[in-house]
Design a protein around this ligand. Structure first.
Ligand code: SF4
Length: 328
């Protein structure tokens, strides 16, 4: 951040007069200097990135030295740091809070979720970047960004302000966005260094794992490799503080035995994998959707799931976002 203006000396000059000092500058530069030296961020956070933001505001990093004091009301804030995943539900509230802030005002999108939706980008309930809703001045990458990265973003914003920017701009929404179909997903052929287990043997394998003292099922999740799904199971042995992961390759039917008889906690985790990936679990006591409505079409975490399907009741259209913008 070598070109950040650091002090009054950068925007004018001091003259020594007999019995007094005089400082000469332009009012515009002075106001810009005052703005950048007294950013008051709105105090709110959305997800894990907000924890890093809180750490950034802690005494260790001491943002007070930059003139930054968080405010509990948008009426007194001139900086919004969007730290966390922006859900559609929260999107409208963010827009309202932004509108309630007095100008000039600035926005930092902190973390991959706020920038682009990150791993939730294609999920029905997540806004693929907060710049779909409000203008963004600085993007701070990371998942989550470190406090140092937050500070780097704040210094970048100070630099922008000291150059006189005070009007909101939609930085990236004016750019052409590729359609989801055009975006090439890098194929990971080899993700697992361990052997993949045959899906027909999952019940026996989990019985064996439990008999070895792995008494807790941490999670079940799936990865879509285009030509097949791979399920990942994580177990813990709480007596010996050990963990065990197994990976199961599914056949074309995407079907395997439920392990909820062995690990009761598998019941809702299998329902989630069914809901998001369409995997069927034999002998599951109640294999129904758990997150999506019962009549939802498709399974949102499959790669071939199309965002523009007819049945997307909770997600505003691009036109909705565009109409929000024109009301700025
Ligand atoms: S970018 Fe990573 S750390 Fe930040 S909100 Fe998203 S998932 Fe959490």
């Amino acid at each position: 951040m070598g070109n950040v203006k650091k002090s009054l000396k950068d925007i004018g000059s001091f003259m020594k007069l007999p019995g007094a000092n005089m400082f000469m500058t332009k009012t515009e530069d002075l106001f810009n200097w005052a703005n950048k030296s007294s950013l008051w961020p709105l105090s709110f956070g959305l997800a894990c990135c907000a924890i890093e933001m809180m750490a950034t505001f802690s005494s260790r990093y001491d943002l007070d030295r930059l003139g930054m004091i968080t405010r509990a009301s948008p009426r007194q804030a001139d900086l919004m740091i969007v730290a966390g995943t922006v859900t559609v539900k929260m999107g409208e509230r963010i827009k309202t809070l932004y509108d309630q802030m007095a100008g000039p005002k600035w926005v930092i999108a902190a973390g991959s979720c706020a920038i682009s939706g990150d791993h939730y980008r294609h999920v029905y309930s997540v806004v693929p970047g907060v710049d779909w809703i409000i203008p963004v001045d600085v993007y701070v990458p990371g998942c989550p960004p470190t406090p140092e990265a937050f500070i780097d973003g704040i210094l970048a914003l100070q630099d922008i302000i000291s150059k006189g920017k005070s009007a909101p701009t939609f930085n990236s929404v004016s750019c052409e966005r590729k359609s989801i179909d055009e975006v090439k997903v890098k194929k990971k052929e080899i993700l697992f260094d361990k052997e993949l287990i045959d899906s027909n043997l999952i019940f026996e394998k989990c019985n064996e794992i439990k008999s070895l003292g792995y008494n807790y099922l941490n999670f079940i999740t799936a990865t879509d490799f285009d030509n097949s799904l791979v399920l990942t199971y994580m177990f813990s042995n709480n007596f010996e503080n050990k963990k065990l992961e197994i990976n199961v390759k599914l056949g074309p039917e995407n079907r395997l035995d439920s392990i909820s008889n062995i690990y009761p906690g598998a019941e809702w985790q299998e329902r989630e994998v069914y809901d998001m990936f369409g995997v069927k679990f034999n002998n599951h006591p109640k294999l129904e959707r758990i997150l999506m409505p019962d009549d939802w079409i498709g399974h949102p975490l499959l790669k071939n799931y199309k965002m523009e399907q007819a049945k997307l009741p909770y997600r505003p259209s691009r036109e909705d976002y565009e109409s929000w913008k024109t009301k700025l």
